[in-house]
Design a protein around this ligand. Structure first.
Ligand code: PMT
Length: 333
């Protein structure tokens, strides 16, 4: 077991956060960091959802979506963030619902959400979809009615059937505590659970016990931060938390040459079932599925891109097929 050796010192008034080279064991992480205050509420909602779908013998997928933040102060003014806006997770959630799954959508607060995503493009605001009527009411503008009707039907169906549970995180510790707890709760479903880890999780952080309490002051000029490495949580997730569920992780790279080797290395290192590799710039049009014995590229054609086909419409049926094999035979092939 590796112990954490992070430290914070100050030189004059400028804090220097110096962590040495500590990489902590995932179990130690949960001992030395504070659980989020809303963890009991998170667990209560998820327990009820899982019990409901276990009784119905439904498949349930836990989707993680969006980026985690890394606070720099205990009373947080500043934090480190990343690019992910949650589009992959939110889009995937809709296709999982279409494929008959119950969906736990564990997402970054204020990131993109299933169904709502169709009406929040940055160039148009919520109010631009509507207009006031002379009768003193409000109506959807005619050009948006058909699409909104279609999306609303699917959204209402998911809600009425209690097949969509929205749960939130913002910071890295919130994400990790909820991932651990959520994975263990879903483990009751055995093979019928799927873990679809699309969130962009920070690889570096400052442990809460080593963080400065108050806002870092700027009066002494530049700031040097040294961050600890976040332990690789896929390891305990695969070996201890998720029991027999199907685990799908994502691998994001910016260098094409690294994508497949690193995705395969992750599969071998953690021993789970599927890694989906994607490149930052082409993630909406090409992904590579990697399982123990297979490698498959899924790409949208030009026609598909021109007609707004979403790559998740191909990813999710493929995963549903793999999951069925997993449930039937304990193998992905
Ligand atoms: O949200 P969008 O803007 O649509 O973008 C979608 C996406 C590009 C973020 C998504 O498709 C994606 O690739 N998500 C995973 C990105 C990522 O964090 O990759 P990684 O190489 O850092 O991590 C690999 C896997 O290990 C991830 O499934 C992650 O959940 C897991 N992990 C990461 C860090 C950590 N400390 N422990 C982990 O278990």
């Amino acid at each position: 077991m590796t112990t954490m050796n992070a430290a914070i010192s100050t030189k004059g008034e400028t804090p220097i956060l110096d962590n040495g080279q500590g990489v902590i064991d995932p179990d130690v992480y949960f001992e030395v960091n504070k659980a989020p205050a809303d963890l009991p509420e998170f667990e209560e909602k998820l327990n009820a959802f899982v019990d409901y779908h276990k009784a119905k013998n439904n498949n349930v997928v836990l989707i993680t979506s969006g980026g985690t933040t890394v606070p720099l102060e205990n009373q947080t003014v500043r934090f480190i963030d990343n690019f992910s806006n949650g589009n992959r997770g939110a889009t995937s959630a809709e296709y999982f619902l279409e494929a008959g799954y119950a969906v736990v959508f564990m997402h970054r607060t204020n990131s993109i959400q299933p169904y709502h995503r169709h009406f929040i493009p940055s160039q148009r605001g919520f109010l631009d979809y509507m207009r006031p009527t002379e009768e003193g009411s409000v109506e959807v503008r005619p050009e948006y009615v058909e699409k909104m009707h279609q999306v609303l039907l699917r959204y209402e169906k998911a809600k009425q059937e209690n097949r969509l549970l929205l749960l939130e995180f913002v910071t890295l510790p919130q994400y990790l505590f909820k991932l651990q707890s959520g994975a263990k709760i879903l483990a009751r479903l055995q093979e019928k659970a799927m873990y679809y880890l699309a969130a962009a999780v920070s690889d570096f952080f400052i442990p809460s016990s080593k963080m400065v309490e108050h806002k870092i002051q700027s009066r002494d000029g530049g700031l040097t931060l040294t961050l600890d490495q976040v332990p690789k949580f896929l390891k305990p997730l695969v070996s201890n938390w998720a029991a027999k569920g199907l685990i799908v992780s994502f691998k994001l790279e910016t260098d094409t040459n690294l994508l497949v080797p690193k995705a395969r290395a992750a599969l071998e290192r953690y021993g789970h079932q599927v890694v989906i590799g994607n490149m930052l710039k082409t993630r909406r049009q090409t992904v590579t599925f990697i399982t123990q014995h297979t490698e498959k590229v899924i790409t949208l054609t030009k026609e598909e891109l021109d007609t707004d086909v979403e790559i998740e419409s191909k990813i999710i049926p493929e995963l549903a097929r793999i999951h069925q094999n997993w449930i039937k035979s304990g193998s992905t092939e």
